[in-house]
Design a binder for this molecule. Structure first.
Ligand SMILES: [Zn+2]
Length: 430
């Protein structure tokens, strides 16, 4: 597909979904009427910005009746829910055949990039957030069949297990593909380095769910020489973009339109903006100009050089909630802060927490060797001084920087994942 063909295809789908949403979904009809816009105003893809932005709160407020399209019955849909670590989760309706679409696409995609997924090990959250929970009515029939698992040879492990158990599972099954979160891989890699264990090498590692920053990637690459592909997706939309084998950025899926917005305006190439997504084929609960993912990204110029012809996103800079905001209104993206630390030697893991607008706490897990099994007694050592110096330079002298050496980084409250940068100060870009 060339850019013109893609535009035409997307415009066709966009017009259809906008008419559908206006005629059948209360949330959109109310919001658009209030803003004085209607499907007639959408003549080009650029007209999308005329429609108001939909937030997490809108989806919550209008659930269930106001977000389920009139021409869908509840029986035709699954209710899926985000695993949100704070507040009530967002729930939306997804038509049953849409789930098949997502599975079919991932199989086609893996063939397209030239790597068959073969035997798969997934180390993911289980029970509460698993498919049984998410799809309230139980597992879809095609997944329930044992044959699906045995044929595709999928094995699932709980993310909360000890990294040593993850390593032995991978060594026993010797999978072709490994699917998990960056933090899980990092823990496996650190354990392997510490204990001198060799890990069986999958051909393909697919990471998702957390930001795969350079520091994490470097540690993972010390142990795994697999092809590492990062996928960006969300419960509300499914896959949004995935990395290619040339690692040029994240190729956006054809059915997704990504806008990057700052202060109500689209940003230019190379400038960070908040992700606003439109899913062109989701009908039961349409997702049109949705800002609820809270991610920050940069759009790359051009489509790259591989055969996955589509626009490229770069540097998913993590949830906006995890950007650090300064007194003067400057927004420091998490990636900038992780860059400050990632090349300092002897750091195994770290977490940066903005506690107040003028106070940053940095938790450091120093790398352990045979000689240094215990934590340094004071942060007034070379390591502490270097970190403090770099943060003051970036964030200004007035920022209070507290450093603590810890044995491990705590997980997010109520979640199984870790954050590299956490901000407890509230903010919104749009
Ligand atoms: Zn590419």
């Amino acid at each position: 597909m060339d850019p013109e063909e893609l535009r035409e295809l997307q415009l066709n789908y966009l017009k259809k979904i906008v008419i559908h949403a206006y005629n059948n979904v209360k949330l959109y009809r109310e919001k658009w009427n209030k803003a004085g816009v209607s499907p007639k105003d959408i003549k080009e893809i650029e007209d999308l910005h005329k429609l108001p932005i939909i937030t997490k709160n809108d989806l919550k407020k209008f659930f269930p009746g106001g977000i389920l399209a009139k021409n869908y019955s509840r029986e035709d849909c699954y209710i899926i829910s985000t695993s949100g670590s704070t507040g009530t989760p967002v729930r939306i309706f997804v038509e049953r055949d849409r789930i098949l679409f997502d599975i079919a696409r991932s199989i086609v995609w893996s063939r397209f990039i030239g790597i068959r997924m073969g035997t798969i090990v997934g180390i993911v959250v289980s029970s509460r957030d698993s498919i049984e929970y998410v799809y309230g009515r139980g597992i879809p029939w095609f997944l329930r069949r044992r044959r699906f698992f045995t044929k595709r040879r999928m094995y699932r492990f709980d993310v909360r297990d000890d990294p040593k158990n993850h390593i032995s599972a991978v060594n026993k099954i010797k999978p072709d593909s490994l699917l998990t979160y960056p933090s899980v891989l990092k823990n496996m890699a650190l354990t392997a380095l510490e204990e001198g264990i060799t890990i069986s090498q999958p051909r393909l590692i697919i990471t998702f769910g957390e930001v795969l920053d350079m520091h994490t990637r470097k540690i993972i690459e010390k142990v795994f020489n697999s092809e590492i592909i990062n996928v960006y997706g969300a419960t509300e939309t499914g896959t949004i973009a995935s990395e290619c084998l040339k690692h040029e950025g994240l190729h956006i899926a054809w059915n997704i339109i990504v806008e990057l917005i700052k202060n109500g305006k689209p940003v230019s190439y190379g400038e960070p903006g908040q992700v606003v997504v439109t899913d062109l084929i989701k009908n039961a609960t349409p997702i049109i100009r949705y800002s609820g993912l809270g991610d920050v990204a940069v759009m790359k110029r051009g489509w790259g050089t591989c055969n996955l012809k589509s626009p490229l996103l770069e540097l998913i800079e993590g949830r906006l909630v995890d950007s650090v905001i300064l007194k003067d209104g400057r927004i420091i993206h998490p990636y900038t802060l992780t860059l400050l630390i990632q090349d300092i030697p002897f750091i195994a893991k770290f977490q940066i927490i903005q506690k107040e607008v003028d106070e940053i706490e940095i938790l450091i897990v120093p790398e352990k060797t045979k000689d240094t099994k215990t934590l340094p007694s004071s942060t007034e050592n070379k390591l502490g001084r270097e970190i403090r110096k770099r943060f003051k330079k970036e964030l200004g002298d007035k920022m209070k920087i507290n450093i603590t050496f810890v044995e491990d980084i705590p997980r997010r409250p109520g979640s199984y994942t870790y954050a590299t940068v956490l901000s407890l100060v509230s903010k919104e870009l749009i």
